[in-house]
Design a protein around this ligand. Structure first.
Ligand SMILES: [Zn+2]
Length: 109
């Protein structure tokens, strides 16, 4: 029993390893279009830089700068805001939308 188990198990992983390794080596690397990960300087949170503790929804021109032309909220990845401030921005944007200061959406042209 023990010998049979060993015999059947031992060659199987070896075969899998070679089978898996061969196509992986042939496969071209995907997802890396270039080596550039950081273009220019690193993004810094605008609000942290100006030491703003809270965001005023009435300052709609500032709040608007965190939305796309279509009215979508820009992601943290694009604007570089920190998590704390992004939460405040989304709140302010949603508040402004409800007050009809900012649009929910605009037609795409
Ligand atoms: Zn911040």
């Amino acid at each position: 029993m023990a010998e049979e188990m060993n015999n059947t198990q031992a060659p199987a992983p070896a075969a899998e390893n070679t089978a898996a390794a061969a196509p992986r080596a042939e496969r071209p690397a995907r997802g890396f279009m270039g080596k550039k990960r950081f273009e220019g300087r690193r993004k810094v949170c605008k609000l942290c830089a100006e030491k703003m503790d809270s965001i005023d929804y009435k300052n709609f021109q500032f709040v608007k700068s965190f939305t796309m032309e279509s009215g979508k909220i820009l992601s943290r990845r694009i604007t570089g805001t920190c998590a704390k401030h992004q939460r405040q921005i989304t709140k302010a944007i949603k508040r402004d939308r409800n007050l009809a200061i900012l649009p929910y959406s605009l037609p795409k042209k």
